[in-house]
Design a protein around this ligand. Structure first.
Ligand code: DGY
Length: 322
């Protein structure tokens, strides 16, 4: 029996248990995991007023149209359980009067930690060192063994100086790095130096991609870009995979255009370019940016707050993106 005072919410993935508990008390919850097509999602989510989705769900017109059609149901809100929302056709949602929310702010620090994890592990060759020890190939300290790149005194170039980029910059300052960044426009009141894209790639020792996926950022890093970077440079990506043309990165790493890379996101996620899997000088993580229990709970709370704003207070959620 549904509680008429609560909205019907369809969710495509299991969140951590305390979040599921909270959702169950706030909504009539319909869990739809592992659907095989947009049509199946539409069928199973029929009648929902809210859809909670993850970044792996591609939510386009074929889902939004039927679920928001007045004669069939009343989808009014899509909560994306992520800060990046390139998986959702925002234009379609807006056209159908469906609000879309994301989870800004709460995953900034966790994601910046992962950016730094990648910077440190790629530059200091953690993968190779770990493997050497586990394989029984560590036969004692040697002056030329696994030499990496030093952070102190180097220049970090941040591509995308938003919340996450700024949090990466704070960490970098503590490591004694000089910081420069590239955004479309200089960020007002930023203590760091804005540089044009060509300067960013040619003069940085480390580059951290912290930008969202947009038509402008897609494939911004190609073989030609890598060829203009320092041969000693380390590149990491915690933004979105499509910003890098992954095949080109594999080629650049193979040809020694750059020293190393670290990725948390992939162009065709969850697929990873096979040539990258072969390489020692790239650290590959399975999209762990926001993966701490504190952050994942805070992300869920933002979804619950959005539902409460819309259904109990009649307000537009503060994190509505359209
Ligand atoms: C997001 O929420 O967009 C992040 O990529 C999660 O790690």
């Amino acid at each position: 029996m549904q509680d008429q005072s609560k909205p019907v919410v369809a969710i495509t993935t299991q969140l951590i248990e305390p979040a599921m508990d909270k959702l169950r008390t706030t909504c009539n919850l319909n869990i739809i995991e592992n659907y095989s097509s947009p049509q199946e999602l539409v069928e199973k989510a029929q009648g929902c007023e809210v859809l909670i989705v993850s970044l792996s769900d591609a939510i386009g017109e074929e889902v939004i149209g039927p679920l928001s059609a007045p004669q069939t149901s009343s989808l009014k809100l899509i909560c994306n359980y992520a800060v990046g929302y390139n998986n959702i056709d925002i234009e379609s949602a807006t056209r159908h009067g469906v609000m879309v929310t994301n989870t800004p702010g709460v995953l900034t620090e966790a994601t910046a930690d992962i950016a730094f994890t990648l910077i440190l592990s790629a530059s200091r060759r953690l993968r190779e060192g770990e493997k050497m020890v586990r394989d029984g190939n560590f036969h004692g300290w040697h002056p030329t063994m696994l030499l990496g790149r030093e952070l102190f005194g180097s220049t970090l170039g941040i591509f995308g100086m938003g919340r996450i980029g700024s949090a990466v910059a704070r960490r970098a300052a503590a490591f004694g790095m000089n910081i420069q960044y590239h955004n479309r426009k200089p960020v007002k009141d930023s203590p760091h130096q804005w540089v044009d894209f060509d300067t960013l790639i040619s003069s940085s020792d480390f580059i951290a991609i912290c930008a969202p996926s947009t038509p402008e950022t897609r494939h911004r890093f190609t073989l030609d870009t890598f060829n203009h970077m320092k041969r000693t440079a380390v590149l990491v990506n915690v933004g979105r995979g499509e910003i890098i043309r992954e095949k080109d990165l594999a080629e650049a790493l193979e040809k020694g255009y750059i020293f190393a890379a670290g990725l948390d996101v992939y162009e065709f996620e969850p697929e990873v370019e096979p040539a990258l899997l072969e390489r020692d000088n790239v650290v590959l993580l399975p999209h762990l940016g926001s993966a701490t229990d504190t952050t994942r709970m805070a992300m869920a709370q933002l979804c619950i707050d959005a539902i409460t704003s819309v259904y109990h207070q009649g307000l537009i959620p503060s994190n509505c993106v359209n």
